[in-house]
Design a protein around this ligand. Structure first.
Ligand code: PEP
Ligand code: MG
Length: 681
């Protein structure tokens, strides 16, 4: 056994990020590593355990390693701690220049910006269009009545293991489903839940309780609760999300142990408007969608998973609502305006009547839009906008055709690569791409090459540990460093292209060299396979690419702006962050200026520019994007008919000035107000 003593110098101690960095590092070694902080002891391969050490700046830790690679393990751990566990720069910076505390509450609480519009109304962020009117149902996590159950049911160790195995199965399935729907952040959450299920320290703590004579059910529940409480008490917003994850996983296993009904069955058996502080991905996917009229959520923004799911289901949703909605009584009436984010509670009879008229008009609008789904999207003054679909499977492609898509503007190919132990073969990939190409016929299908990376590692690809996976080896960077994997995919796409109209798009390009290297590989393969030149474009989702659009446009065939990532990187806000997501609005003038620059750069060289992020189906964004000159909108399948109908009602020549005004606005909220006022929405 080897040991060392070391002092933590990180400004905020061993909080979530450095702790995770440390745990990920230690997991790479075979040795058992224990960390002592005074009397407290932690298994260094368990995040929960390391977090509960509560080590702050100046804490002296004793680290012991025991095993065949103990020496290397300790040396690397020491080096990593000395380097600041991924926070080296931050530490230096805070020492030189103390960071001032926030000057006003609104800097930390986006919700404060949301002002009531009238006495019985609140304004949140419209996340999915439509109008919902109905009784409130305050959704809370169902507590499982352990005490009553354990009187009649003694849960043994095997039953717990069986529940854990089934939970693992469910989480793997959910993870896959989310990926197929393009909901990467949610997929990552289920992946994190899987990590928690396998946390060695958690399992050991449960086992200890069980050995001391506690029933496995109680041992599990209490261990989860204790760990979540300790983690939540550390008062770190990132950690409180971990505590919520722990509770979510804990409830899943408990339900499986006691054979409890799924939460879907626990909704009242009549249609309701679901009101909640936050919905976990597990909650949202388990609801019986026929009984949900709409969602009214306190946390979360327009790119949160509830918002994406609500849009996919065609249900109205308002997010980022003031938490006073949580005090509304069950069964009291509420009206949600999913487009402008207004929430009216306890409406007066005349308000109810008006809302019903509006809802009927909206339903009629949707019916007409569906009826005319295949009519082209041409503005009243003759500007044609190509409306195409975001798809992740053959099934999506088939639905897209029925909904009037002119093609596929983004085929996410990740679904073929995840949840497996080896990469899909060229033949497997070819079959899938070919079937989609055939279904779409002459219509263009833009196949995005593999877009995975540090935040979504593939088990069969060796990858370096990263402190900031979103800034790491993602997208095209990963493919360029794995030429065999990349070539295999390109060959499959090129061959499948002979059965339809496939084009290729590279994700996360930040620099022209990356595009050139990718294009060169493509050109070589075309020669080898004797296939004529295929168009290749890039996603614009990194600010550097948007700023250099006029240079890139000389060489690439087209641009498709990935506003989900472009917003994340421009505003420096993690797209999955629960506290920041309400602020992540792609209509932020900073993002709009980058979009404008991209379109301008493309047109200067006769190339086209489209949008394939969530912003493309936002009714407030559509007029601005047309005003900026966008050529194509690639959007989720259910949004297609409505967006096409909206375009048919707009006059492009009026929108240029509107878009210019939007670029001059100060905030995303100002842009929304402007569109609302000018277009009387
Ligand atoms: C985007 O970033 O806007 C995008 C469309 O890509 P993804 O959501 O798959 O990252
Ligand atoms: Mg992206």
């Amino acid at each position: 056994m080897k040991q060392l003593e070391i002092t933590i110098t990180n400004e905020t101690g061993l909080h979530a990020r450095p702790a995770k960095t440390l745990v990920n590092l230690v997991k790479q070694f075979k040795s058992n590593v224990t960390i002592w902080h005074g009397e407290k002891k932690a298994n260094a391969k368990s995040l929960i355990s390391v977090l509960t050490l509560g080590a702050s700046k100046g804490s002296l830790l004793k680290i012991e390693a025991n095993g065949e690679d103990e020496e290397t393990a300790l040396a690397e751990i020491e080096a990593a701690i000395l380097a600041g566990l991924g926070e080296g720069e931050a530490v230096k910076e805070t020492q030189e220049k103390p960071v001032a505390p926030p000057t006003s509450k609104s800097e930390t609480k986006p919700i404060e910006e949301i002002k009531p519009t009238k006495t019985n109304a609140l304004r949140g962020v419209g996340a999915s269009p439509g109008i919902a009117i109905g009784p409130v149902y305050q959704f809370q996590h169902q507590e499982i009545p352990i005490d009553e159950i354990s009187d009649t049911l003694v849960v043994g160790w095997e039953r717990l293991q069986d529940a854990l195995a089934r939970a693992r199965e469910q989480l793997n399935k959910l993870n896959k489903q989310m990926i197929e729907q393009g909901m990467k952040a949610e997929a990552a959450i289920f992946d994190a839940h899987l990590g928690l299920l396998d946390d060695p320290e958690l399992n050991e703590a449960v086992y200890e309780r069980f050995q001391k004579g506690q029933d496995a059910l109680k041992a599990w529940k209490e261990t989860i609760e204790d760990s979540a409480m300790v983690v939540a008490a550390l008062n770190d917003p990132l950690l409180s999300a971990r505590a919520d994850d722990l509770r979510d996983v804990g409830r899943r296993v408990l339900r499986l142990m006691v054979g409890a009904e799924d939460k879907a069955d626990l909704l009242p058996d009549k249609p309701v408007v679901v009101v909640a502080r936050e919905l976990s991905p597990s909650d949202t996917v388990s609801f019986n969608k026929d009984l949900v009229l709409g969602f009214c959520i306190v946390n979360g923004g327009p790119t949160s998973h509830t918002a994406i799911l609500a849009r996919a289901l065609g249900l109205p949703a308002v997010v980022g609502v003031d938490e006073s909605v949580l005090k509304l009584e069950n069964d009291s009436y509420i009206i949600l305006h999913g487009s402008d984010g207004t929430v009216t509670f306890n409406p007066l009879p005349e308000e109810l009547q008006l809302a019903e008229q509006e809802r009927n008009a909206w339903l009629e609008k949707r019916r007409v839009a569906l009826e005319h789904a295949t009519t082209p999207a041409v503005t009243v003054d003759g500007r044609h906008v190509e409306v195409v679909a975001n798809a992740g499977s053959l099934e999506d492609a088939e639905k897209a055709l029925k909904m009037g898509a002119a093609g596929i503007g983004l085929l996410r190919t990740e679904f073929l690569f995840l949840e497996r132990t080896t990469a899909p073969t060229e033949a497997e990939q070819f079959e899938v791409y070919r079937s989609i190409a055939e279904v779409m016929g002459k219509r263009p299908v833009i196949v995005r090459t593999l877009d995975v990376g540090g935040d979504k590692p593939l088990p069969y690809i060796e990858m370096q540990r990263e402190d900031n996976p979103f800034l790491g080896e993602r997208g095209i960077r990963l493919c360029l460093n794995r030429p065999e994997l990349f070539r295999q995919q390109l060959r499959a796409i090129l061959r499948a292209g002979l059965y339809g109209n496939l084009q290729i798009m590279f994700p996360m390009v930040g620099d022209i060299e990356e595009y050139r290297r990718a294009r060169l590989m493509l050109d070589e393969l075309q020669i080898e396979l004797k296939i004529p030149r295929v168009a290749a474009g890039i996603m614009i989702e990194v600010p550097s690419a948007a700023l250099m659009a006029d240079v890139l446009a000389k060489e690439v065939d087209f641009f498709s702006i990935g506003t989900n990532d472009l917003t994340q990187y421009t505003l420096a806000m993690d797209r999955g962050h629960s506290l920041l997501s309400a602020k992540q609005d792609g209509l932020h003038p900073a993002v709009l200026r980058l979009i404008a620059k991209t379109i301008e750069g493309a047109h200067k060289h006769g190339k086209w520019a489209g949008i394939c992020g969530e912003l493309g189906s936002d009714p407030y964004a559509v007029p601005i994007l047309i005003g900026l000159g966008i050529d194509e909108l690639s959007i989720s399948v259910p949004s297609i008919p409505l967006v096409k109908a909206q375009i048919r009602g707009l006059k492009a020549s009026d929108l240029q000035a509107l878009a210019q005004q939007a670029l001059e606005c100060a905030t995303a909220r100002d842009v929304r107000e402007l569109v609302k006022k000018e277009l009387k929405m």
